[in-house]
Design a protein around this ligand. Structure first.
Ligand SMILES: [Zn+2]
Ligand SMILES: [Zn+2]
Length: 433
């Protein structure tokens, strides 16, 4: 393969790579004398076919880089799946632990067009499922945009408050003190944030109850999906975050009354209609690659000036949410919410996916494994020994590198070559879809 194609194929389809100029050398380090030996390997960006080192952008969003978002989606799928059925360091016995899939929503900020299908909506009209009116307010002038944006801005805190209450409620339902709980059971979860069409963040979470040391220990006899469900319900209704007082109005943030909790069953559960771990993982992974833009038609990047909005032709509801965030962002008393920086996210600045340490493997571990796999493949393709005896060793190898950022993206020629590469590569089997 010509050099440029080989370099582009290393990007795995990333269309928006980071370009770096500079060099990297590996030296043998004498650990007794501290002497640095001559360079064992060198990499200089000027020697590369593209003239720069190209690094995958790693963007999570489908609208920014479909290839990198796909990688992120698959990693998320594996991470969620590992926590549900074991694998990648998590024991398989987690399938026998109580596990639920829960969806937490925001409260109402005013009536919206919310009924697609043959039955008429509250506005009297019938909406097709793809009608852009769905999720938008019946009366925009009476919709509480301020609370909608502030709720998003506090959603991450509300989730943390919920997790504290959840541990208390589990202890309470099991007849234990809060101090006893960690010696008997441990709660693990993974969650993703998603935007509803109305622009409010909601959370989907897998919540699992383990024994005291996590997935490898059996949960106590009282740990059932029913107890977990009751505890989640109680904790969700107790979780409150006090908000700011704006123009004489005191804001307090809580989850909305719509709370859906379903038990996750293992693959051999007899009922074909049951919610399986596979379906849950696919569902969560799908949302991990979306931002506000896919649900509400808003922006996928930061806004620098509010005047930019005039040229963007956004849906009116999304634009009004962004303008509200921008306006609130000017207030000194809301400075900590950084509403201007997160206006394009409709105020939400939390993480899109989070998990507790013991839920399963980490995205970092999956990335390291993939990088190692690619390194071996590249070595095999070059005809090198993939496990050289004198290969780099963290203890005895000194890496000297200096890189400077020269831009992002591909040149028109590289784009064309990259697209022809994508056509050549047979589509991979997709375990996540
Ligand atoms: Zn990319
Ligand atoms: Zn309607």
């Amino acid at each position: 393969m010509p050099g440029i194609l080989r370099q582009l194929s290393g990007l795995g389809g990333c269309t928006n790579p980071v370009r770096l100029a500079g060099h990297r050398t590996e030296h043998r380090l004498n650990t007794t004398t501290g002497e640095i030996g001559p360079a064992l390997r060198r990499l200089n960006s000027t020697d590369l076919p593209a003239g720069d080192l190209l690094v995958r952008c790693g963007n999570r969003r489908t609208t920014r880089c479909p290839a990198c978002a796909e990688t992120y989606r698959r990693d998320t799928f594996h991470l969620i799946t590992a926590g549900l059925r074991g694998g990648k360091g998590t024991p398989e016995q987690v399938t026998t632990h109580p596990r639920v899939f829960a969806t937490f929503t925001a409260p109402s900020f005013g009536p919206v067009h919310n009924r697609p299908g043959p039955r008429p909506c509250r506005c009297g009209a019938r909406h097709t499922p793809d009608d852009p009116a769905l999720g938008t307010p019946l009366n925009p002038d009476r919709y509480d945009y301020e609370s909608a944006v502030l709720w998003n801005a506090h959603a991450g805190m509300l989730w943390r408050r919920f997790t504290i209450h959840l541990r208390r409620e589990i202890a309470h339902h099991a007849g234990l003190t809060q101090r006893e709980l960690p010696h008997r059971a441990r709660v693990s979860f993974a969650k993703v944030a998603e935007y509803q069409k109305r622009g409010a963040v909601h959370f989907h979470a897998v919540i699992r109850l383990d024994g005291p040391a996590g997935g490898e220990t059996a949960p106590p006899h009282w740990a059932t999906p029913e107890l977990l469900t009751d505890a989640i319900r109680a904790a969700a209704s107790r979780a409150l975050v006090p908000g700011p007082v704006l123009d004489g109005r005191t804001h307090t943030f809580a989850f909305g009354p719509q709370l859906d909790i379903r038990t996750i069953h293992g693959p051999d559960f007899p009922d074909g209609q049951a919610l399986t771990d596979r379906a849950v993982a696919a569902y969560i992974a799908k949302y991990a690659t979306k931002g506000a833009e896919t649900a509400t038609g808003t922006l996928d990047r930061r806004l620098r000036f509010v005047a930019e909005l005039a040229t963007m032709n956004l849906p009116a509801h999304a634009e009004r949410l962004i303008r509200t965030a921008w306006a609130l962002g000017a207030r000194k008393d809301l400075e900590h919410l950084r509403l201007r920086a997160w206006a394009h996210m409709l105020g939400f600045r939390g993480h899109f996916s989070t998990k507790t340490r013991r839920y399963s493997t980490t995205l970092g571990a999956l990335r390291t494994a993939r990088a190692e796999w690619r390194r071996l493949q590249a070595a095999i393709a070059r005809g090198d020994d993939p496990h050289p005896v004198d290969g780099p060793d963290e203890k005895t190898t000194l890496v000297l590198a200096h890189w400077t950022y020269t831009g992002t993206g591909l040149t028109p020629t590289e784009q064309w070559l990259s697209a022809s590469l994508a056509d050549l590569t047979a589509p991979e089997g997709d375990s996540a879809r």
